[in-house]
Ligand binder design. Structure first.
Ligand code: SF4
Length: 251
């Protein structure tokens, strides 16, 4: 009798993302990745997100509003909104029509106003008016996807996550740091290759590097602190810029 074949061993799972581990596609050595993030940590020791908020609830709303909009544009609209509605209860009292008026300068504002009210109602009904602290719960809120949930977990609750936005997606592929076709694939790879001691700030370092230096149209390689390590085909300089801490306004 043919012996039963042994069951395949389960693939190891990532402790941070809970997903099956696959071999990262990065073309950088461990030492190079360590050095990239070491330099980012000197350049921006305390990086901060640029979306204004006053508590976890207003952060959820701000991040949900920021899809296909700039942080500056969202801040302009939410300053007045959050001054009068900084809790789910106050937001529901304000009502969809008024929320729409406050955010009408932001793209897709009609749908977003609907989601802000719906997510406020769900927070009250299912979570006692508090923002939940797990990704699984956060993504049950209307208008909240994995990226928004990751930003909230990181900025509101201090968890190391990797919310892959347009800048991180570009950098991961342009540098072949964590090449991938989808944000999920890139998130998974980055969480595997970034050293644990840099993971908490890595999300902001990559976003700010993409926003202010490794720009979409024309990367500013001559002032890039990792120019000598970068293996991008688009690189135009081999010389790393002097490593200095940046002033607060461009942290
Ligand atoms: S050297 Fe140029 S392409 Fe490479 S990370 Fe720096 S800015 Fe981007």
């Amino acid at each position: 009798m043919k012996p039963k074949s042994a069951a395949k061993p389960a693939k190891a799972k990532s402790a941070t993302t809970g997903r099956a581990m696959t071999k990262p596609k990065t073309i950088y050595s461990k030492a190079e990745i360590e050095e990239i993030f070491r330099r980012f940590s000197i350049q921006r020791p305390e990086p901060k997100g640029e979306l204004e908020h006053v508590n976890p609830f207003t952060l959820v709303v701000a991040v949900a509003l920021s899809a296909q909009a700039t942080d500056a544009g969202v801040n302009k609209a939410t300053r007045a909104l959050f001054a009068i509605a900084d809790t789910p209860e106050k937001m529901v009292d304000l009502g969809e029509e008024q929320v729409r008026d406050y955010i009408k300068t932001i793209g897709l504002y009609r749908n977003k106003a609907k989601n802000v009210i719906a997510l406020s109602e769900k927070l009250i009904a299912d979570f006692g008016g508090e923002v939940p602290r797990t990704r699984e719960e956060l993504i049950t809120l209307p208008g909240v996807g994995r990226k928004t949930a990751n930003v909230v977990l990181s900025m509101a609750f201090g968890q190391a996550t990797m919310a892959v936005d347009t800048h991180i997606f570009r950098i991961a592929n342009r540098l072949c740091l964590a090449p991938g076709k989808t944000p999920d694939e890139i998130e998974h790879q980055l969480m595997q290759i970034i050293p644990d001691h840099y993971l908490y700030h890595a999300h902001h370092w990559l976003i700010l590097h993409g926003r202010y230096c490794c720009k979409a149209r024309k990367p500013e390689c001559q002032r890039c602190v990792i120019a000598d390590i970068c293996k991008s085909a688009e690189k135009t300089s081999e010389m790393p810029a002097p490593l200095v801490e940046l002033p607060a306004q461009i942290i």
